[in-house]
Design a protein around this ligand. Structure first.
Ligand SMILES: Nc1ncnc2c1ncn2[C@@H]1O[C@H](COP(=O)(O)OP(=O)(O)OP(=O)(O)O)[C@@H](O)[C@H]1O
Length: 259
């Protein structure tokens, strides 16, 4: 079974075709990158996968199930976690609270218990807090749990965002420009972290990324979008040498430049 199958997905905004007849499949356990120039349709493509938009044409399957037209909530329940291009943390909440917010769909307390804070509700809160702490420990942020999210260094904010997505126990994680704004050391740590998620948790990862060093090092396969269409797909080696990709995106110096 594939983690993700996209069949001929198209999304239009008025006369603009933001995603144009894109098909691709992502295997379970793969790290798959989507690259392309600004405005190529990458974020719109993610928005189709997460139910923010419904494709005008085409189908989307997650782990063999047709989820075309599902709401973002239902897609999340199918095991898809996501981070955004612009960090979307609750800056005025603590690190721990940010994780707890991410977990809310997994906390199942009947309304009555939640409102009257019965022992059941308190037990459930305690359990959620323990789980959140374990998650923070796993990503190396437990020592920051009581700090406000906005006070974390940039690289750690990105990590916290990923941790919050992990709170939903995703099988598929979509990362929109996770290395944006990171320095080389932070990017290297991010690479190791993403690989760890795949290896230890078995999560399939799809990322949009402009940092070609990271993309070429981390990806099993890469798809390239231009003007909404997929113009290439292959291993980093194949993509690096593809004349059309070099022309559209990587530039002439790229073949040797992104080792
Ligand atoms: N909600 C919208 N309404 C109208 N046009 C949109 C909308 N969202 C995106 N677009 C247009 O669709 C095209 C694809 O945009 P998208 O943001 O998906 O590209 P991108 O590859 O993610 O770009 P970047 O790398 O700059 O983030 C662009 O021309 C954009 O202006």
């Amino acid at each position: 079974m594939k983690a993700l199958e996209v069949h001929h997905a198209t999304k239009r905004f008025g006369g603009l075709v933001a995603v144009n007849d894109v098909s691709l499949t992502v295997n379970q356990g793969e790290i798959f990158s989507v690259i392309g120039p600004n405005g190529a349709g990458k974020t719109t493509f993610f928005n189709l996968l997460t139910g923010i938009y419904t494709p005008d044409e085409g189908k989307i399957l997650l782990f063999g199930k047709d989820v075309t037209g599902f709401s973002p909530d239902r897609i999340a329940k199918e095991g898809v976690g996501r981070t955004f291009q612009n960090i979307r943390l609750f800056g005025a909440m603590t690190v721990l609270e940010n994780i707890l917010v991410g977990m809310h769909v997994h906390i199942r307390v009947p309304y009555f218990h939640a409102v009257f804070r019965t022992p059941l509700a308190r037990r459930e809160e305690k359990r959620a807090e323990e789980e959140a702490k374990q998650l923070l420990e796993y990503v190396g942020l437990l020592h920051r749990k009581d700090e406000l999210a906005k006070n974390l260094p940039y690289g750690e904010q990105r990590k916290l965002e990923i941790a919050r997505a992990l709170a939903l126990k995703p099988r598929l994680l979509l990362l929109d420009e996770p290395a944006a704004g990171m320095n080389p050391k932070e990017t290297e740590e991010l690479q190791a972290f993403i690989q760890k998620l795949r290896e230890e948790l078995g999560i399939t990862i799809v990322l949009i990324e402009h940092d070609m060093r990271l993309v070429m090092r981390i990806s099993d396969r890469i798809a390239v979008l231009e003007y909404g269409s997929k113009i290439a797909e292959g291993t980093p080696e194949e993509i690096r040498r593809n004349p059309r990709v070099i022309e559209a995106y990587l530039g002439k110096g790229a073949a040797g430049g992104v080792a």
